[in-house]
Design a protein around this ligand. Structure first.
Ligand code: UT7
Length: 333
């Protein structure tokens, strides 16, 4: 917002694991088809982390790329935030493992559980810390190894997800900035708290033979409810951030939406009367990788040279909670 100290994106990094799982591969695992998955979601393939590759590994790769992009070293990092629903383990925080893996000093490390809205939530927390001081450079990472909590017997969910990470290196220093965060909006509508959840493994249903037998350690989703809420709340989040910045959709070069389903993105585009071409999509080859998805789509556009100096971009997320959030960004270059 204009009356607050500006926060800048100094570096951006994304990471997708190497292994590809195609729709044809899924046809061999569950009763599904490439035709169904493509027509219902737009997804053709997704990236799967290796068994010994954890959320902190995905995060560390994205973080190293963001640091290289911003021309800073791990020693320059003053705090690490990791937004994830698939931490390496309940504690210590995944950010602590990232600190070790990238070789950062003893800076504070913390986590956020915001479902697929990790990017706006992480950027909001990082921005508040940067404005408060004494931090100069903060890594706001969003990463998920969703395939670790995917039920490969549930065809309604297992065809959707993939793994990945995105890192934003944020600072209050205008020098060398690649983008400026103009505004962030985040929200949570708990009326949908039971539409998307992982029932087992927490304090409510600690792991027992029964929780394992009942498949409670896998993600559960009411697809149709989540679909409807996604269109509604992402539409509202976009409207809110545009309105409070006196902007109209035509002034936004690109929207980077949560990469859950091409039909959701198409419905959003029609809702705000913006051609689908102005919505960045990578889900065709990434699947829905949860918290990092809007960052991965942004990174893809940046690497492809699609953003010019001065372009406005809106990242818009939606996820378990039910969370939603937007980041309004001015690209610098
Ligand atoms: O990142 C978190 C946010 N997540 C989301 O945003 C996901 C939101 N939800 C969705 O994207 C969609 O609801 C899905 C892609 C999950 C499902 O699409 P849908 O159009 O809502 O399908 P549906 O649940 O209404 O199922 C339609 C039919 C059913 O068969 P009948 O009852 O009509 O005979 C399902 O059993 O499709 C069947 N079906 C499948 N068929 C082949 C469900 N999954 C599959 C499958 N392959 N994988």
């Amino acid at each position: 917002m204009k009356d607050r100290q500006p926060v800048y994106v100094r570096g951006l990094g994304a990471y997708l694991p190497e292994k590809i799982l195609t729709n044809a591969d899924l046809e061999k695992i569950v009763d599904t088809s490439d035709e169904w998955i493509t027509s219902r979601t737009g997804i053709k393939e997704r990236r799967i982390a290796a068994d010994d590759q954890y959320t902190s590994d995905l995060s560390a790769e994205a973080a190293k790329r963001a640091l290289a992009d911003g021309g800073l070293a791990a020693g320059d990092v003053d705090a690490i935030i990791v937004a994830t629903v698939t931490p390496d383990m309940p504690f210590p925080s995944t950010a602590a493992f990232v600190q070790k893996k990238i070789g950062a000093h003893t800076c504070p490390c913390m986590g956020i559980e915001a479902g697929c809205s990790g990017v706006p939530y992480g950027c909001e927390l990082a921005s508040a810390l940067l404005r408060q001081g004494p931090y100069r450079n903060i890594l706001a990472i969003s990463a998920d190894k969703l395939t670790a909590i995917t039920d490969w017997q549930d065809r309604l969910t297992c065809v959707l997800f993939g793994d990945g990470a995105a890192a934003f290196l944020l600072t209050c220093d205008a020098e060398g900035a690649r983008g400026e965060i103009l505004d962030i909006y985040i929200a949570n509508d708990s009326s949908g708290v039971d539409a998307l959840y992982l029932p087992g493994g927490g304090s409510r249903a600690p792991a027992t033979e029964e929780t394992v037998r009942n498949r409670l350690h896998f993600l559960k989703m009411n697809g149709q409810e989540v679909y409807k809420e996604a269109v509604k709340s992402m539409g509202q989040a976009v409207a809110t951030i545009l309105e409070r910045n006196n902007l109209v959709p035509d002034q936004i070069k690109f929207f980077s939406p949560h990469q859950a389903n091409l039909r959701i993105i198409d419905a959003m585009a029609r809702q705000i009367n913006v051609p689908l071409e102005r919505f960045l999509t990578v889900l065709q080859w990434t699947g829905n990788n949860s918290s990092p998805s809007v960052g991965i789509a942004l990174d893809d556009a940046v690497r492809a040279g699609r953003l010019q100096h001065g372009d406005l971009v809106v990242l818009v997320s939606f996820g378990a909670g039910l969370t939603s959030g937007t980041v309004l960004l001015r690209w610098i270059g």
